[in-house]
Design a protein around this ligand. Structure first.
Ligand SMILES: [Cu+2]
Length: 346
């Protein structure tokens, strides 16, 4: 018998602090960006009750899942109606409605979930994405050695639309802020390790931009692409992560120091063109202190041990929120009323 997991997700209108000078309005699963970690095992049956508390329609697409096992309606040949595509597999979940998704977690590894309504805005610049990690029933030898998971979801933002929820996301308008797990340097967090750790980076192209992720002082052994184990893992110190893609890298922490991890695409390490910012953090070995100077990159704040869901990934299977990712409520009553009036007039 497969194990079952049943979870509640809402979608809220919130604002998050992407960078020190950028507050951004988002559609947030459970009120947070990134969305909660969902961590299950291969073969588990997953049920998600999704309630839309926003003013616009949304869905969830389970990116990577096959939807082959039929859990919903035995008269249908498969589970494709759980794929979350509005107008193709379901009617979008309207404001105030609840929709239940059921699927069997067949595809293993670093899969993810995101809205499939108006994707270039909702996913591209409103934070509607989160990790769905499915542990394989038979992990590889390398995977078994891992002592710490580090989930990094890359995305980008256009400050011109920060306060214009429900608009923006044109593919021809350039982004000007770039982030790891919804935060731009210096509000990212260090990746704290100790010598001997075996770290697994799970890198997600969650937004609409390419990211050329470079790690200093180590080589990454690229072991999985889009959750799939590679027949011949390969080493790299820079890996291009395109929108939608996932790469897993397994690395032994054998070179104590403070080492940069950053996007090698120049604008992506700025906040609106100003250095330093964007997709930038450090691997910080226990006991090591960065060299500070007047032109220093600035000490990273270090107050969220679960910023990369490393702590949650050690816990039993389930869904995990992170209060540090929670956004602040918006003043939406006026907007809500206006929408309702427009809706009733039709
Ligand atoms: Cu949406």
């Amino acid at each position: 018998m497969p194990r079952t997991g049943e979870f509640e997700l809402t979608i809220e209108e919130r604002k998050i602090q992407v960078a020190p000078d950028l507050e951004y309005q988002v559609f947030a699963y459970n009120g947070q960006v990134p969305a909660p970690l969902i961590h299950v095992k291969e073969g588990d049956d997953v049920t998600i009750h999704l309630t839309n508390n926003t003013t616009l329609p949304h869905t969830i697409h389970w990116h990577g899942q096959y939807q082959r096992a039929n859990l919903v309606d035995s008269t249908e040949p498969s589970n494709w109606k759980m794929d979350g595509v509005p107008g193709v597999t379901q009617k979008a979940v309207q404001p105030g409605e609840t929709f239940t998704y059921k699927f069997r977690a067949e595809k293993t590894g670093s899969t993810w979930y995101h809205c499939h309504v108006n994707v270039s805005e909702h996913v591209g610049m409103r934070g509607m994405w989160g990790p769905l990690i499915v542990d394989p029933a038979k992990p590889t030898k390398l995977e078994k050695k891992v002592t710490k998971d580090v989930i990094m979801m890359f995305s980008s933002w256009d400050s011109n639309y920060a306060e214009k929820l429900g608009s923006g996301g044109s593919p021809v308008e350039p982004s000007n802020y770039f982030s790891i797990n919804g935060r731009s340097f210096p509000t990212t967090q260090p990746i704290n390790v100790k010598k001997g750790d075996v770290v697994r980076f799970r890198m997600f192209g969650a937004g609409g931009e390419l990211h050329s992720i470079h790690i200093h002082g180590h080589d990454m052994l690229i072991t999985h692409k889009d959750g799939l184990p590679l027949p011949a893992p390969y080493y790299a110190d820079t890996i291009l992560v395109a929108p939608g893609e996932r790469y897993d890298a397994i690395m032994e922490m054998n070179n104590p120091g403070i080492w940069m991890v950053h996007d090698h695409i120049d604008p992506h390490v700025t906040n609106n063109g100003k250095h330093d910012g964007g997709v930038m953090t450090v691997i910080a070995y226990e006991g090591m202190m960065p060299v500070m100077s007047d032109d220093s990159h600035g000490m990273l704040p270090n107050d969220d041990p679960d910023f990369y869901y490393s702590e949650s990934m050690k816990k039993p299977y389930g869904m995990y929120n992170n209060e540090h990712f929670a956004g602040a409520p918006l003043q939406t009553e006026g907007r809500r009323e206006r929408r309702r009036e427009q809706h009733d007039a039709h």
